[in-house]
Design a protein around this ligand. Structure first.
Ligand code: PMP
Length: 403
């Protein structure tokens, strides 16, 4: 008996990154593929103490159902955190989510109709494309220059857009940061148009030399949805994130999420609130920044040593990723099996393009998880793979991606 699945279900396709993550569990593999936070950054002791404290003092609330919007003091903490970045945020404009990935799905649910035009950076976060796609948008790519994506809202292909999805800080996958001037241009271009700004900011706290410029949303009150997460600064396993936006949109998202999961875990919210109130982020962030900075430096040094002159990259000022461009004609997807044979994993860049021509010569490297010694070994091996003659174009996707 073959069961009939919805047309929407056809949009839920395999993610190359998730498939790669399975392979990277092989013994001896050095993965530069997933954007996994460094395990040594997890605040195990603080979370253990908070867990005991929460169960000792507020077990009734922590183990009970709670509000779909999230518990009030955590929503207030988030609102204050956003106000410190210049965003006019009130408690009832914040929805606590099970990771910002859920926030992206909720954005899709309440903002996108079939055929709605969604403007995206080029390349952009694969998980956002996956979250939006089931709701039937037409993706339109934004051109960019050194300042970031260009606010070309007078372009006939862009002017009727429903929303624009931007990651101004240390973008996944390229590591780029949008300049302050470009942020202002975006706010100015969007102001007064019925286009929502969806500003995704998981990496903003992971800066190396100086904090990034203020969010675009700070200049665009009432028209912006801002997504944040505790995944990259505390732990992704907690599954705790948030969305801030106009109250009526947030209220609708809270109703939409009731259909999916009712609420984010009461225990996790109290646990995280406890460590936040104890000042854990202020204590922890300088260490995470120093750790990732050292790993970024190790990767940049290894790239300079081992990559052929035809390979290019930029220096990220924060976040987890370096974006590599191989010479035109090279195919990062076709080269991946050779890298995997040498026990190194990366993500081919093709996964991150929503529309338009897809360059095949780019790839994403993460410096967040591997140690400097592993990074050196992995980049030396990749240097050998990328220096060898490029194999012919594959007629079909390699099995690793088709798996
Ligand atoms: N947005 C971006 C740009 C990301 O890179 C990620 C995680 N890779 C997410 C959202 C989702 O993160 P989480 O659900 O863990 O908060």
């Amino acid at each position: 008996m073959t069961l009939t699945m919805s047309q929407r279900s056809a949009h839920y396709t395999t993610s190359p990154i998730r498939e790669l993550l399975k392979l990277t569990e092989q013994p001896g593999m050095i993965s530069l593929a997933g954007g996994l936070p460094a395990p040594e950054s997890f605040p195990v002791q603080a979370l253990r103490a908070a867990c005991v404290d929460v169960l000792d003092t507020q077990a009734q609330g922590a183990l009970q159902y709670g509000p779909s919007e999230g518990i009030a003091p955590l929503r207030e903490w988030v609102a204050a955190h956003l106000r410190a970045q210049g965003i006019e945020a009130q408690t009832d404009e914040v929805l606590i989510t099970s990771g910002s990935q859920q926030g992206l799905d909720l954005v899709g649910r309440v903002l996108i109709d079939p055929g709605s035009i969604v403007l995206v950076e080029r390349p952009t976060y694969l998980g956002a494309l996956q979250a939006f796609a089931p709701y039937g948008p037409r993706f339109a790519d934004l051109d960019e220059d050194a300042g970031g994506a260009l606010p070309t809202l007078d372009d006939p292909a862009h002017r009727d857009a429903r929303m624009v999805y931007l990651q101004p800080n240390f973008r996944n996958p390229t590591g780029q940061t949008m300049t302050a001037a470009r942020r202002s241009q975006w706010a100015q271009a969007l102001r007064g148009r019925p286009i929502a700004l969806v500003e995704d900011n998981p990496y903003g706290e992971l800066w190396f030399d100086a904090p990034p410029p203020a969010p675009v949303a700070a200049q665009l009150p009432g028209q912006s949805l801002v997504l944040g997460t505790f995944s990259k600064v505390l732990s992704p396993g907690l599954r705790l994130g948030y969305v801030h936006g106009p109250q009526e949109v947030i209220a609708k998202m809270a109703l939409a999420r009731q259909a999916a999961d009712l609420q984010t875990s009461s225990l996790t919210q109290r646990l995280v609130l406890k460590v936040l109130e104890g000042g854990l982020l202020d204590a922890q962030l300088p260490h995470i920044r120093a750790l990732y900075r050292a790993q970024r430096d190790a990767m940049l040094a290894a790239l300079s040593r081992h990559m052929p002159g035809s390979v290019h990259w930029e220096t990220p000022q924060g976040g987890m990723f370096i974006w590599l461009s191989l010479p035109p004609g090279a195919d990062a997807t076709a080269l991946l099996p050779l890298a995997l044979q040498r026990k190194v994993a990366y993500v081919p860049g093709t996964a991150f393009y929503a529309a338009g021509a897809v360059p095949r010569n780019t790839l994403r490297l993460s410096y967040a998880t591997a140690t400097p010694a592993q990074i050196e070994t992995a980049i030396a091996r990749l240097g050998e793979v990328f220096s060898a003659t490029h194999p012919p174009e594959p007629r079909h996707a390699p099995s690793v991606l088709a798996a």
